[in-house]
Design a protein around this ligand. Structure first.
Ligand SMILES: [Zn+2]
Ligand SMILES: [Zn+2]
Length: 255
């Protein structure tokens, strides 16, 4: 069974999706689900994008099954490695996504991250920061939305082209491949051919560097997005000759 490995429920600051509705929708689509609410420790706005993990497990444990698993999307930073590591150690997550949302204290959702900077400069800053975090954070299962920066950047062409940043992208992919971890195919915007082809370039390179696994996640914040564009993601994985997995009890499982 294919799993949507990246969704946000009411424990995420930016989602109102009820878990019961998400589970129902995934069932209708014949998919498994991993809930991965947002945890960005030290987020610039106090109290935002963090939640009480004990409460999370108390509330969601009763739904846990073969096709509903409990994960987390951790915001990686170089100044809270220990805190993130402890969190992962202290709770029985099935799956941990490592994502870059905040770079050197600035949420890259903010226009200020791009102001007075050329695209190459801000994208390199983002990717260098990602490299630094991935190198230090050996406790994640999958690298979330490597192309996240393309969502909110303020340039004429915001797409992330492998060839423009191949040195640093290679370094990131090498670490993930060596650790036998996964790269996420985030299906947001994947209906756009350019987005899909750019992701394919990255996936093919990941394979060349020894990578084995991909996870697929919609990053849904509402039920309509659950499982969106999964046919495209499956096609990309096949074209890159990578294995689609989901994580259960922190171990990769083939679909
Ligand atoms: Zn994210
Ligand atoms: Zn997310």
């Amino acid at each position: 069974m294919i799993f949507d490995c990246h969704i946000h429920s009411t424990f995420s600051t930016d989602s109102k999706m009820q878990i019961e509705d998400a589970i129902k929708k995934a069932k209708e689509k014949g998919m498994g689900l991993i809930v991965t609410d947002h945890m960005d420790i030290k987020y610039p706005i106090e109290g935002s994008f963090i939640f009480d993990c004990e409460k999370y497990f108390i509330e969601y444990e009763k739904y846990r099954s073969e096709d509903f698993l409990i994960g987390i999307e951790l915001g990686l930073r170089d100044d809270c490695i220990y805190e993130n590591k402890e969190l992962v150690k202290n709770f029985p997550f099935d799956y941990v996504i490592g994502s870059i949302h905040v770079v050197d204290g600035v949420d890259i959702f903010q226009p200020s991250f791009y102001e007075n900077r050329e695209k190459a400069e801000s994208y390199l800053h983002y990717l260098n920061f990602m490299y630094k975090c991935i190198r230090e954070c050996d406790f994640i299962d999958s690298l979330g939305h490597i192309n996240y920066v393309t969502r909110y950047a303020k340039y004429e062409d915001t797409e992330l082209y492998y060839n423009d940043f191949k040195e640093i992208i290679d370094e990131i992919l090498k670490i993930i491949a060596q650790r036998e971890k996964a790269v996420e195919i985030n299906t947001r915007r994947l209906e756009n051919k350019i987005v899909a082809l750019n992701m394919l370039d990255i996936l093919k390179r990941f394979k060349e560097l020894g990578g084995k696994y991909v996870t697929i996640g919609s990053d849904a914040h509402n039920i309509d997005s659950i499982g969106a564009n999964f046919d495209i993601a499956v096609e990309l994985s096949n074209r890159a000759n990578l294995n689609i997995v989901y994580f259960k009890n922190r171990q990769p499982n083939y679909i």
